[in-house]
Design a protein around this ligand. Structure first.
Ligand code: GLC
Length: 419
């Protein structure tokens, strides 16, 4: 029996829509790619040169579009455009904690042919390789890797502190010499940077955030960790302004010589050594302190992915661009010009990096010891709920216990819905 036209209507509508989509896809040819990324530093020239070299070699033109530096805003913009079926971007950056979510949504092209999972695991550090290979397929290529570090003023602190108690003592001692200087700067604004600072404090208190595949936020170690962050502000060891600070707020204040300690990523190093920096030559870097000894820094970092919406020819060109931008030569440019740590093992032996970015080369043990935030496809949703609660607690609006109980309830509801 032939199906009635009415029964076929939805199919016809889909076909018409698909044709419409294809027609739109074809408006941009395979020799024009759109790349969306976050600017790497104040001087765009080295990155532009890297892109220009690709354009020359491939004959493909690359339109570079900037995403905001704040990780959450960048996430929102990408998810909005990809979720709406947008074909306005071919290659884009992904934070290490987004890959699982976006791969599951079907928005990332499978790159396994060009970047076989076994090769990715061999060439790249375990952290980023583990993030980009999901379910035995490669969905992105590690671009650079981040780790949370403690920056300190060598001229005011004889030895970097290994414990929270030693950090407090060092701040008090430094203030006796430099009255009015702030203590410890970190990222307390309501955004993903606060999640990183919280997980570091949690690990520093011997806690863990994942139990099987369940996010565990309401535990004694988590309450101690959040209480510790709150007390840093309440006791004046950190200025009140940290509750609205992101990485760049902390970096600028530290660079102006206004604080003894700062928690930040490696990118801050070359900027602190700038000839105009007030702390040039006066800064040391150490692992973050913990309750009983050094704590791991959070694993951060960015990957390059190709949109699954890009039609085949453009996708092939996009994969070539990803290969170019993640090559050992590109690793060297990012390390030397922008203080970004390569995600590739071999780059730590690259003589260019060892000679011109010795700080980056020396960070290998820190990067290898970095600890991942919980890897789940619903991480970003749960993190959004968590950030609101963490922010309320560090600002003193809610007790750590209450904030974490609420975060746990929201994370469970999200996981329940997602499973
Ligand atoms: C850095 C890290 C990223 C993290 C973000 C938080 O960009 O590389 O992983 O999510 O900071 O602000």
């Amino acid at each position: 029996m032939l199906p009635s036209l009415r029964a076929l209507a939805p199919l016809l509508l889909c076909a018409a829509l698909a044709a419409g989509c294809r027609a739109r896809e074809d408006t941009r040819s395979a020799d024009r790619l759109v790349l969306r990324y976050q600017p790497l530093g104040p001087d765009p020239a080295p990155f532009r040169a890297l892109v220009a070299a690709f354009e020359r070699e491939s004959g493909v033109e690359v339109e570079v579009q900037a995403l905001p530096n704040a990780a959450d805003l960048a996430h929102q913009l990408l998810v909005t455009s990809l979720g709406a079926g947008g074909q306005d971007v071919d290659v884009f950056v992904l934070d290490v904690v987004w890959v699982a979510e976006l791969a599951r949504a079907g928005w990332l092209a499978d790159l396994s042919d060009a970047f076989p999972p076994a090769r990715v695991r061999e060439e790249f550090l375990a952290g980023p390789a583990g993030a980009v290979v999901q379910g035995g397929r490669t969905f992105a290529v590690p671009w650079y890797v981040d780790v949370g570090l403690l920056y300190y003023r060598k001229d005011l602190v004889p030895e970097p502190p290994r414990t929270y108690a030693a950090l407090a003592a060092a701040i008090r001692a430094a203030r006796a010499e430099a009255p009015g200087i702030a203590g410890f700067l970190w990222q307390g604004r309501q955004y993903e940077g606060l999640s990183c600072n919280f997980f570091e404090a949690l690990w520093g208190h011997g806690g863990a955030a994942l139990d099987g595949d369940r996010l565990r936020l309401d535990t004694p170690a988590a309450r101690e960790a959040l209480g510790h962050l709150r007390r840093l502000v309440a006791d004046g060891l950190s200025p009140r302004s940290v509750v609205t600070a992101a990485e760049e707020d902390a970096r600028r204040a530290f660079q102006e010589g206004r604080a003894v300690f700062m928690r930040n990523w490696p990118y801050a190093w070359p900027l602190l050594q700038d000839p105009a920096s007030k702390v040039r030559g006066k800064v040391g870097v150490a692992p973050l302190p913990g309750a009983d000894g050094p704590a791991p820094g959070a694993l951060g970092g960015w990957q390059l992915a190709v949109s699954s919406r890009a039609p085949a020819a453009r996708r092939a060109a996009a994969i070539r661009l990803v290969a170019h931008l993640t090559s050992p030569d590109a690793n060297a440019v990012l390390a030397i010009a922008y203080g970004r740590n390569p995600a590739r093992h071999a780059s730590y032996e690259d003589p260019r990096i060892r000679a011109e970015a010795p700080f980056i080369a020396a960070l290998l043990p820190r990067v290898e010891a970095a600890r991942a935030r919980p890897v789940t496809p619903y991480y970003m949703l749960a993190a959004d709920a968590l950030q609101g609660e963490l922010s309320a607690a560090v600002s003193g609006l809610r007790s750590p216990a209450e904030a974490l109980a609420r975060a746990q309830a929201q994370a469970d509801a999200i996981a329940g819905v997602e499973r």
